[in-house]
Design a protein around this ligand. Structure first.
Ligand SMILES: Nc1ncnc2c1ncn2[C@@H]1O[C@H](COP(=O)(O)OP(=O)(O)OP(=O)(O)O)[C@@H](O)[C@H]1O
Length: 270
């Protein structure tokens, strides 16, 4: 399912944060959204998933205008949101967290829910022996896997994720991103907000760079990763920060870039 955002404005009360965002994620594409702190990345995802009102502009899912839909209606239409800081229910077991993730599909066939759970377990096998464990006792990486697995229980066709790598060791970051790459290869459309530019660039089909509520650059990750405006400016030296983290914690597991994503072009927005 494709996602098309045109001229999107959103904010908090009288505070305007997004000033006309354009973003396209084709079906089965993984688009990374990067940018410095406060650029508006979380605000964008919250507006896309109906948690914040869109004050101007449009959002289309597979060609249908879904602007103004609330979170539940968007979830039923096929969009799931994995929020910042995971937000699993700590006192509930892993399996109960998963059941809650599937609540928008509770009227669907039980076989579909079982299949969604099996798929999530295949993607994150380390959750399977922990199904009866309280989610709050999982490691940070396992909680992130659970947050993604819970999102998948809604059987989405578009998944938007807010900083899935935050606070994780590089090896786990690689594991999470290679899982996202597999979901993309299975046809899911993904929009991933990420501070860890290195991890995002390794797996993304396209990258959008945000600055102060606008998309200021977009293009192919290969072209953008060597662009001095990305490494030095909008990200506040994001690549260098990743390199430091890696030096202290060992090399990241390799992420899986999409086969044949070869173009190298970046476009600057006015
Ligand atoms: N609930 C809120 N009420 C008022 N202002 C907010 C609220 N949440 C965020 N903002 C403001 O909106 C702007 C964009 O914040 P946002 O969290 O979207 O940025 P971000 O790019 O996700 O940053 P980070 O990388 O630090 O998470 C910031 O100036 C922030 O202070």
């Amino acid at each position: 399912m494709s996602l098309e955002v045109r001229g999107l404005h959103a904010g908090y009360g009288r505070l305007a944060v997004l000033h006309g965002i354009d973003l396209t994620a084709g079906e089965g594409e993984l688009v990374a959204v990067i940018g410095a702190n406060g650029a508006g990345k979380t605000t964008l995802l919250r507006a896309l998933s109906g948690l914040l009102p869109v004050t101007a502009g449009t959002v289309h899912l597979a060609g249908t205008d879904v602007t103004g839909y609330g979170p539940e209606k968007l979830a039923r239409t096929g969009l799931a949101h994995v929020p910042e800081n995971r937000l699993v229910f700590p006192s509930l077991t892993v399996v109960d967290n998963l059941v809650l993730g599937g609540y928008t599909r509770r009227r669907g066939p039980a076989a579909d829910r079982a299949q969604a759970r099996d798929r999530a377990m295949a993607l994150f096998p380390r959750l399977e022996p922990r199904l009866e464990q309280a989610a709050g006792t999982l490691s940070g990486g396992e909680q992130q896997m659970l947050a993604i697995a819970r999102g998948l229980m809604a059987q989405p066709r578009v998944l938007v994720l807010d900083e899935p790598s935050v606070g994780l060791a590089p090896r786990l970051v690689g594991e999470i991103f290679s899982a996202l790459g597999k979901l993309r290869d299975d046809g899911l459309t993904l929009v991933v907000v990420e501070q860890n530019a290195r991890a995002a660039f390794a797996v993304a089909d396209r990258v959008s760079v945000m600055d102060r509520g606008r998309v200021v650059l977009e293009g192919d990750p290969a072209a953008l990763s060597t662009d001095p405006r990305v490494s030095g400016g909008f990200l506040g030296g994001g690549f260098a920060a990743d390199a430091d983290a890696e030096a202290s914690a060992g090399p990241a597991a390799p992420a899986v870039p999409r086969a044949g994503s070869g173009a190298t072009r970046a476009t600057e927005r006015p």
